[in-house]
Structure formats: structure tokens, C-alpha cells
Design a protein around this ligand. Sequence first.
Ligand code: 5U1
Length: 672
Amino acid sequence: MGTLTPDARARWEHLCRTLEGHNYRYYVLDDPDITDGKYDLLWRELAALETAHAELCSPDSPTQRVGAKPSSGFAEVAHSHPMLSLANALDEAEMRAFDRRVSERLGHESVEYVAEPKLDGLAVSLRYEQGRLIQAATRGDGHRGEDITANIRTISSVPLRLRGDDIPATLVVRGEVYMPLAGFQTLNAAQQARGEKPFANPRNAAAGSLRQLDPKISAERPLTVCFYGVGALSAEKDIQQHSELLAQLQAWGLRVSPEYAVLQGVDACLQYFRVMAARRAGLGYDIDGVVYKLNQLQEQALLGAVSRAPRWAIAHKFPAEEALTRVSAIEIQVGRTGALTPVARLMPVTVGGVTVTNATLHNAEEISRKDVRVGDTVVVRRAGDVIPEVVRVLMEQRPADTHAFEFPSICPVCASAVTRVEGEVVARCSGGLYCPAQRVQAIRHFASRRAMDVEGLGEKRVEQLVQQGLVHKVSDLYGLSLESLVKLERMGDKSAENLLLALEQSKHTSFACFLFALGIRDVGEATARALASHFGTLERLQGADEEALQAVADVGPVVAKQIVLFFSQAHNREVVSALLAAGVVWPDEHPVDEEFPLAGKNFVITGSLSSLSRQQAKERLQALGARVSGSVSSKTDYLVCGEKAGSKHTKAEALSIPILDESAFLTFLQNI
Ligand code: 5U1
């Protein structure tokens, strides 16, 4: 190894900068100014210098995209700011309705939007600190994703360092990783040549490529990325518009869609949609619609978000793809809550690049309205990730010997009576946890990733445990022994040990995951989180009556009733006690109340504040345990009101909610 001369270091620096510059022109600007051959020469010179002088090696060097070693799994990453999803508009009327809601809320005649194609890939979040890529994560459940940093670093269009001299201290940038069609076709040809299964579509290929434990495999896959927003941006920059933000991301070296456009009003949006639909087949990558966002960031902040999606953005989806096939059987599935869902088993058919063999028929009413029968030729449709559905029957092709489907009056799994509550379309098995199908689904739900996260408890395994009588209720999982497990078919010593280990590990959970895992009717993840942060402890939650429960922002009368009903039933209380006795624990939601003096309090912030931004005010309140939401309701405890407050002020007055102007708010914070 030679001595490192100042000249060699300077040459190394120069080569790194030059190659970064060429990467930027090629991947971000789509305007290369050097041939591939010349680029290769520079790259090799850099690699040779680094081989000769190991001390030059830096993780940010353009040669270092494929260096990481395979790992044994993906670590979990908590998103500092939730990764939201998008509400959908499925046709022009829904798009116009969205625009009307936005215009009314803002009090504007015509709204300015930014439009861009909706890429059919995987959402990712990248964190840059002092301009360096330090972490990349998948969306996961929006709050926690998987650490895919090593794989993301192999994507050439992802800068390892941001460009320019006005780089933010922190930038969390959000975008979509996808596989262009040309790369997808080459990859599939290579898969087939090796005798391996081809990927069904570019999205699956991109997902499979990102989830490789060996980054060298990801590096060989033709992935690219496009960024469309930020999760966090330290406050040095004064950016007022989403279009400015996109231009700034591009200037920092982050690829944004070359198709984005600023549009005035809904008609311009619909015209953009029509143009994109016409251009879709020739774009060279899959898109499934168009995304519109309010251009003014202040207006985005004013509208806020509901549950998982912002009110200031929408995805206008292209119509779903359809195909014809034959129904070979109609079966009934029994879900976790006993709901009976009729499912059509179909002759395999490809719809939008995916083979479909089952489609939902939703419920008894739907099946009789559409009159779907075994032997019928039907139109099936799939749109995005949703379960395929039977749209209609081609009556003219119906064979002579078909029979109308008779919806069962007893559960096909446990023979309990099927009941239907007045006014509800869903028919349910009345067997409760006596019904093995409900038990299997309840246990599957309990063990699922977003609940207790027990690896290795798939549907087949749970069915086996239930059938063999080893598990009757979720708490029995923690009583499983090695001896009983190894007696099961297809269960080796190693798998049994792994399952016991996974069960042991799952005991360390969070209060919210535990609540979600219990499978209380109507308590989804968001509600479980809201309950956990509001009540802090299981004792307080169990002791809450319907009125106290309704003080939680996500909880209305129906959900409150379900929660009270759940904890009033002796068998549920026994399961909860057994789980705690088995060692299920979670860290305190509010370790010391003095640290979270505003826990359980709901705030809304409106108007513009002069001494701090609304975001800063929100963060201060959240740090004190408060919940900050976007709209005033009877559950709001305080309205913080800056200059030019509008309808929220009026509504808060009407509901007699305490209103804090800026100076009262600052005094309030000081006195806490
Ligand atoms: N192009 C684009 N895709 N996409 C997906 N923009 C965009 N924005 C998103 C998502 C989930 O979310 C933000 C509006 C929160």
C-alpha cells in the first residue's frame, strides 16, 4: 500500500465530486454530458486509488454503493413523522367533490394544485443529516418501517450526499422506489433463463428487490427513485410552496418527477389526468393515477390530516383493470369477527399483470343482486392493492344447468346459527370463539406484525395449533412447550425453538400494539394508539366508562360501547390477565405524569402566530403529551388562535371551548 500524498487525496476528492456531478446529470436531470465509457474510466481510477490507499475509503464515495454485507434481517425504524397515505378519487365526480371540500374549507373560488403521476412502486423515507444519507426505511404501518439503508444506497439515483452549499441540518425526504419497464423485462428474462420464477409485475419486482437481505442482489436490480415530499426539514429554508419544495429537492440532487405541473383549479387537474391517461402506456414505468396536492404549504397546514391521510392531497386513480373468467366454486370464509364473506373461486386469469384465482363477492346482498352462480362467466376487476372483485355476470354466456347461490343459515365451519343485525349487511356466525375459524383468525390477528408481531405463525400453523387442541385462546400461545410443538406435522426442532423464541420476544410490546392485538371490535391501529396515549395504563382504560372513552379523539359512541362490552366480559378479562401473567409487558406510555402534563388534552391551532410557527407550537404541545388535531369538535380542550383565524374560532366560541390567543398561549406554556 503506497503512502497517501496530498496530490492523491486531491485527485480522490476531485474524482468523487466529478462522478457525483455526472450521476446528478444522468439520474436527476436526465441530461448526461459524458459517455458511458468515459464515466467507467473515471470510476475505475477512483476504485484503483481507494484500493491503493485504504484510508481514502469513505461510505459516501461513489464506489461504495454495493459494499455492505448481507444481514440476517431488517431492523425496525420508528418514523420521526408518520408516513401518511393518500385518499383516493375513483372518478371525476369524486375529484370534483374533493376540490369542493378544499375550496370551501379555504374559502377560495379556485385552488392551486401541484399534479404528478402516481408511481406504482414502494414508498420510502430517507433521512439526511448534515447532507449525508444516514437511514432509509420502508413505510411499514406509517409509524414504524424496516431499515433498508444498505439496499437504498445501491440505487444510483439516490444521492449519498446532498449537493449545494445550503444543505439542511436534517432532511427526511419521502418518495417512491420503482422499477422502469425496460429493466423489469430484462430482469424477468434473466430470471427465466436461470429457471427462476418471473415477477408478476414491476411493483412486485421492486418490492422483492428492496427486501433482499444481501444488498449486492439489490444492487443488480434496475431500481430507481422519485421523491415527492418531506417528512421533516430543519427550518433554515423559507419554502412557501410545494412546487418550490420540489425544485429545492432537485437542486439538492434528489430526483423528482419530470412530469410535475402547477395547475389552477379542478378543470386543469382533470385535463392533466386525461393527458396522463393517454401517455400512460408510453411513459416507460407503471403509474396508477395522478396525485394532486395543494401548492401553498400554509394551506396544507390549515387543512391538516384525518387519521392516516392528509386532507390537502388526493390520488385520482385510473379506472381499475378488468378481465373475463369462469366461476368454479363459491365458498364462504369466516373472519375474525364471525363475518361471512362469499368468495368466488375462479379459473386463473391475468388482470393487470397479476394472476387472479379468487375474488370477493362481499356479502349475501351483493351475491344475490349480481346473481353470481357457479359456472358463470364473470368480469373481475382489481384496482391497486385491493382484493379483486366480481363486477358482473355475462348472462348471455350462462350455462343451462346453474343454480342461484343459497347463502348458508348455519356457519359452514362450526354449524352455529348465522345472524344478521337489522340494518347491517354483514351476516355473522354466532359461535364466537367456539368457532374454530374465528379462533384461528383471532389468533392470527393477535400474532400479526402490527399486533404482537410473532414471526412464524402463519395461517396454516395457527390452524394446526387450533385443530390439535393446543391453542384455544390467544393466551394459550404463551403456554406452548417444545415437547408439544415438535409432535406437530412439518415442525422440526429448529422451527419449534424459533417459534418459542419469537413468542418470548413478542412479550415485550407497546400498550398500543397490545390493545390492537386483543381484537376489540372496531379498534384498529389508530384507535388503539389514541387509547393508549390517552389513558396511559390498562387499569385506567379498563375503568373508563363510555363517556370517558368518548373523550378520545378517535372514539365515538359505537366504538366506546364495543370497548366497554369487551372489558365487561369475564372471558376477555381472563385472557388479558393470563397474558399479563405470562409476562407480556410494555413500557409506560406516560412514565412520569409531570413529564406529560398535557396528556389526554386535545388542542387545535389556527391562524398565524408571530413568535413561533404553527409546526413549532404543535411540537411543543406534543412534547408535553397533548394531541394536536386539525379540526375543532366537542372533544377539543383548547383552541390556540393566531392572527387571521377563521371558522375554527367561530366554532370554538359556539362550543364554549377555551380560546388562547398567542400571548395567553405563551403564558400557558410557561406555567406548565
Ligand atoms: N407522487 C406522489 N405519490 N405520493 C404518495 N406524491 C405522493 N404523496 C404521498 C404519497 C403517499 O403522500 C403525501 C401526500 C403525504
